[in-house]
Design a binder for this molecule. Structure first.
Ligand SMILES: Cc1cc2nc3c(=O)[nH]c(=O)nc-3n(C[C@H](O)[C@H](O)[C@H](O)COP(=O)(O)OP(=O)(O)OC[C@H]3O[C@@H](n4cnc5c(N)ncnc54)[C@H](O)[C@@H]3O)c2cc1C
Length: 419
């Protein structure tokens, strides 16, 4: 049986960043990433907004994002990192909290924050129209956006060059044992069955039972012995956790994303717009080599599950467009040119879940990145690599408060800066 020192389940930004950081420490040999479809189009890391920000309400999130952003700034060209800033619109309640609580905190890290009245904001960003119900706004120029695809390929490239192996198109379906080495069973995933492998409902605590009327799973099998396992399966992390008998509190939430073209609207030089009163965000996006606008709305009625079905044009017209054109009236006659559905992987307090899995020696979490996985992946990958190699968090980034243990009697984070 094939033996693997460190098996990372999931090759999104989480798994890839960890493999990269291990490889950079000379520990790449012995690392394998298993993924249902590592170069495919269903992982969240290929379906997100690419936003990078250090503006959070929790110090730990600022520290992680800041350390990551410093790295992205060293690789601006390669990652297409553009430090265009974030522009925030607040309602009355959040504006109050922002001014008293988290803006002073953000500034205490040396990060600049410009506060503006809605009128000042409109003067600075003339593309904006109706801000009548906005209580206050901020611009945080240190923030920006990058290409999540380039970031992930950069991590994977470094990982492979450092000796890490890619087990592409393998689905982990069973993990046996309560101590290392674990016996891990994978099943071959054909190109045609990728979506099915990622969407077919599994029972909460394992793969579907082979009951009456269900065909036995006769796919090619690979069984390996793994000394260490890292659950980096993003929105699917609870399914993987169920394979080793744990109930991981990560919830998958589908998010609809739309792309619009209007020749007179080019947001490229402008910030990433976060609109709290309306629960939408919008930003520049390049589509067919031309400027487009990406918009996404946080629908409170969206059921939590894995579901890649696109709600389509009617949904955009009814729910998303009225919100967007309120802010940018010129987009009223914009052409809807594309879109997609990706999944948030939410932890109960919107903070990452990293570090050792309780009661499972040698199994580690790296998931629950809660819509900030891209921006935080570099520092989290580095810290996880330090933990795996040296047995402790790096001195400058102790992540004890982000372990799975916090979902017991310990205090949760109170992160509110999330759309
Ligand atoms: C619409 C949208 C917008 C977002 N905007 C931003 C943003 O602006 N900035 C930001 O930082 N973050 C953003 N995010 C969040 C970000 O995309 C995620 O936090 C991040 O991509 C999670 O990465 P991951 O590696 O944990 O998961 P994923 O990228 O989903 O990777 C998980 C991988 O695990 C594999 N897998 C699952 N089960 C198995 C199994 N049993 N066997 C083998 N492989 C398996 C899957 O195939 C997948 O490739 C956004 C997300 C969405 C959906």
């Amino acid at each position: 049986m094939h033996s693997i020192e460190t098996l990372i389940i999931g090759g999104g930004v989480a798994g890839a960043s960890l493999a990269c950081s291990l490889a950079e420490r000379g520990q790449g040999a012995g690392v394998a990433i298993a993924d249902v479809d590592v170069f495919g189009k269903f992982c969240s890391s290929e379906l997100n907004g690419g936003g990078v920000r250090c503006t959070f309400a929790e110090p730990i999130n600022i520290r992680i994002s800041l350390a990551s952003t410093r790295y992205y700034l060293q690789h601006t060209k390669k990652l297409d990192f553009r430090q265009r800033g974030y522009f925030w619109m607040y309602d009355e309640e959040l504006w109050d909290e922002a001014r008293t609580r988290f803006l002073p905190l953000v500034r205490s890290f040396g990060l600049p924050v410009d506060e503006m009245t809605p009128a000042q904001a409109k003067a600075r960003f003339p593309v904006l129209d109706d801000l009548s119900e906005v209580a206050g706004t901020t611009f945080t120029p240190f923030d920006g956006r990058l290409s999540p695809h380039r970031l992930r390929m950069h991590y994977l490239d470094h990982a492979q060059r450092g000796g890490a192996e890619l087990l592409d198109r393998w689905e982990v379906v069973a993990i046996e044992g309560t101590n290392p080495p674990y016996r891990v069973t994978m099943k071959r995933v054909s190109a045609r069955s990728v979506k099915k492998a990622l969407t077919v409902a599994k029972t909460p605590f394992g793969p579907e039972p082979q009951g009456r009327g269900q065909a036995p799973d006769e796919r090619e099998e690979l069984i390996v012995r793994a000394q260490r396992i890292v659950n980096a399966a993003g929105p699917w992390a609870p399914r993987v956790a169920a394979l080793y008998g744990r109930d991981l509190p990560v919830t998958p939430l589908p998010r609809q994303v739309y792309l619009l073209k209007q020749p007179e609207v080019n947001l490229e030089p402008l910030p990433f717009f976060l609109d709290y009163p309306q629960d939408i965000y919008f930003r520049h996006y390049e589509h067919d080599r031309q400027p487009a606008t990406l918009v996404s709305w946080s629908d409170p009625a969206e059921p939590t599950r894995i579901d890649f079905s696109n709600h389509g044009r009617a949904y955009y017209e009814q729910h998303v467009k009225p919100r967007l054109v309120r802010r940018i009236a010129k987009l009223t006659d914009a052409e809807l040119v594309g879109g997609w559905v990706g999944h948030y992987e939410l932890s109960p307090d919107k903070g990452a879940i990293v570090g050792p899995v309780p009661d499972r020696a040698g199994i580690f979490n790296y998931s629950g990145l809660s819509a900030h996985g891209v921006m935080q992946s570099r520092a989290l990958g580095e810290a996880m690599a330090e933990l795996l190699v040296g047995g402790r968090w790096p001195d400058d980034l102790n992540l004890d408060e982000l372990t799975e243990n916090r979902f017991g009697p310990r205090k949760l984070l109170a992160e509110t800066m999330y759309v």
